[in-house]
Each structure stands twice: as structure tokens, then as C-alpha cells.
Design a binder for this molecule. Structure first.
Ligand SMILES: Nc1nc2c(ncn2[C@@H]2O[C@H](COP(=O)(O)OP(=O)(O)OP(=O)(O)O)[C@@H](O)[C@H]2O)c(=O)[nH]1
Ligand SMILES: [Mg+2]
Ligand SMILES: [Zn+2]
Length: 315
């Protein structure tokens, strides 16, 4: 204890109670948020405890189930990580996989009417989702605003619906479409992802019926995005759990091989087996089943363009 700092009677009692209570035993908990080495754990009784991770622990992430033990009056130490049911994440600059959230039922991939979202941005999320074997819901937010690119938006919803992806159209501002989404998520855990400013935290607040997460300044995205949310955090909402996540400028897929990128495009995956060359890149090769399908309209030119753009970004 630093010199001059005295514990109040109440603090002393709390420490004593905790010492008695701890009996060296580990407890289970869920990671509510993590910011560097600072973790917040929710224990079995719903209390939130600030913890740090034991040095030899593998990287933990929001949604992880862990073992932890109290280490002083206020905090604790995370001592073990339970196996993940699944995880969602992206690559860092060095191409290493970085999880964002674990143990989830759905990834809500969010875009908005304003500002315009390129289709390849959404397709990046979809490629990651497919490769991690998690389920996806697409969420178009800000339907109260006239879209900055109505043609692109109409085309995107047409293409994604043809691919049997579920698309929810909502307004976090007015609440339109929000109940249907809440109903779909009942009893489940989801993580919401998407570019900064699309309204992830706003949607969370609307679903939670109160201001739980900080929301960016109105129109801040016009000046180049704000990155208001800085760490993934799990919230218990009425009926389901939702993990809010920070928007990223580019959703990096550097941890994937080219063949895994193809696998991430559900309509290209099966076609690729029919290409003449086993190592076909589906860009220029003769006898390419994907290029042939694009030519006769069976594969959308927009999705093929996304594929080549993502492939280019890996090199
Ligand atoms: N008109 C309108 N504005 C919205 C809607 N949802 C969010 N906004 C506004 O969009 C801006 C960004 O919202 P946020 O919820 O902070 O966006 P975010 O996706 O959480 O952003 P990051 O935390 O930076 O990743 C804020 O000014 C919101 O008020 C909506 O449905 N309609
Ligand atoms: Mg946010
Ligand atoms: Zn091919």
C-alpha cells in the first residue's frame, strides 16, 4: 500500500470478507470487456470484477468463459480460459488472427444508408464469417435517411437476399424495424460489427431502451469517422446479449489463404471445384467455372469484383 493511504473500516471489512470467502478457490466468469490487459469479468452472481490476465494465459476476448480468483480487495486475476464454442475476428497488420468476440450465435454485420458502404467492405465481413463457421445477419441502419447511393443499396439487398442472407432494415433513431431484429435474437448472443459511424452503439442503445454505450457526434463521419467505441463490450439487453464492437477502418483478412477467400463466397465455393486448373485464381485462366458463370450472369459481377479486390489486398 502506498504511504499515507489508509483503508477505511468498511474497506477493511470487505477485504476480510473476501479473504475468508476466497479460500484459494477459482470461480467461473464471463469477460464483459477487455482493454489491453485490463479485463472486466462478470461472476456467477452478476457482479463485475476488474481483473488482469495471468501472464501465461492465451489471449482472451469479450464473451470468453474464464476461471478467475480474487487477488486483493477490488480486483482479481484470470487464471484459465475455457474452450471457445466459436470466435469472430480479423487479422492485424502482421496477418495474425485477432479475435474480437467469442461464444456467439450471430455476427450482425451492419451498414447504413449514409454514408455509403462499398459492397466489398460487407463481403470482407462475410468472408471472415464463413471461414469461422459462425452465422450472420445483415443489418441496414438509418433507413430514416435518404440513401446516398440508392442504386447501390438496392443492388446490394437484391444480391444478398438471393444468397439467402437475412437482411434487417432498421433505424436506431426512430426504432423502425428494431423489434423484428430483437425477436430474431431472443435468447441468443450476438456481436455487432461494421464501419465506424454506421450506428452500432446507437442500435444497442435502442435495443436496450436506454443509453448504455457512447454514441458518436452527429455527422462526425462526414469529417472522416470518429471511432467512438474503443473496446468490445457485452451488454445484457431485454431478451438477449449483444456485444458492441469498435468500428475498424479496414477489416483485414490477412490471416486467410486465397483459397479461403473463395470459400468465403458461398456462391463461388462450389463452382471453383469445376475449374480446369486446381490452382485456378479465377481471374484470367481458361476453363474457369467462376468466370464462365459471371459471363452468363449466374454470378453477380459485383461479387466477383469484391473477390478480386479482397484477393489483391492480401498480396
Ligand atoms: N439518422 C440516423 N442517425 C443515426 C442512426 N443510428 C445512428 N445514427 C447516428 O450516427 C452517428 C454514429 O453512431 P454510433 O452509434 O456512434 O456509430 P458506431 O457504429 O457505434 O461507431 P463507432 O463506435 O465509431 O464504431 C451518431 O451521430 C448517431 O446519432 C439512425 O438510425 N438514423
Ligand atoms: Mg460505437
Ligand atoms: Zn477458376
Amino acid at each position: 500500500m502506498p504511504a499515507g493511504r489508509r483503508l477505511s473500516k468498511q474497506q477493511q471489512r470487505r477485504i476480510a470478507a473476501r479473504m475468508e470467502d476466497r479460500s484459494g478457490e477459482e470461480r467461473s466468469g464471463v469477460i464483459i470487456s477487455h482493454n489491453g490487459r485490463q479485463l472486466e469479468i462478470e461472476d456467477a452472481s452478476g457482479d463485475v470484477v476488474r481483473c488482469h490476465a495471468r501472464a501465461n494465459l492465451p489471449q482472451v476476448v469479450t464473451g470468453d468463459r474464464v476461471n478467475w480468483a480474487p487477488d486483493d480487495a477490488e480486483g482479481g486475476v484470470v487464471t484459465g480460459l475455457e474452450p471457445r464454442r466459436n470466435e469472430f475476428g480479423r487479422a492485424d497488420k502482421g496477418g495474425r488472427f485477432r479475435p474480437i468476440a467469442a461464444n456467439i450465435d450471430f455476427v450482425l454485420t451492419m451498414f447504413a444508408t449514409v454514408p455509403e458502404t462499398e459492397m466489398s467492405v460487407i463481403d470482407r465481413y462475410l468472408v471472415a464469417i464463413e471461414n469461422l463457421g459462425v452465422q450472420c445477419l445483415l443489418v441496414l441502419n438509418k433507413i430514416d435517411l435518404p440513401p446516398s447511393n440508392p442504386t447501390l443499396l438496392a443492388r446490394m439487398s437484391e444480391i444478398y437476399r438471393e444468397l439467402d442472407l437475412e437482411l434487417f432494415e432498421v433505424s436506431a433513431l426512430t426504432g423502425a424495424g428494431v423489434d423484428a431484429l430483437a425477436k430474431r435474437l431472443e435468447g441468443l448472443t450476438a456481436v455487432v460489427v461494421g464501419q465506424s459511424g454506421v450506428g452500432k452503439s446507437s442500435l444497442l442503445n435502442r435495443l436496450g431502451k436506454q443509453p448504455l454505450a457512447e454514441v458518436g457526434e452527429l455527422d462526425a463521419w462526414r469529417r472522416g469517422g470518429t471511432h467512438t467505441t474503443t473496446a468490445a463490450r457485452l451488454f445484457h439487453l431485454p431478451g438477449f446479449d449483444l456485444i458492441d464492437s469498435p468500428g475498424v477502418r479496414e477489416f483485414n483478412l490477412g490471416h486467410l489463404q486465397a483459397s479461403e477467400v473463395v470459400d468465403g463466397f458461398i456462391e463461388l465455393r462450389s463452382l471453383a471445384e469445376h475449374c480446369k486448373f486446381r490452382d485456378c485464381s479465377h481471374r484470367v485462366e481458361p476453363g474457369c467455372a467462376i468466370l464462365a458463370a459471371a459471363e452468363n450472369g449466374a454470378v453477380s459481377s459485383e461479387r466477383l469484383r469484391s473477390y478480386t479486390r479482397i484477393l489483391d489486398s492480401l498480396q
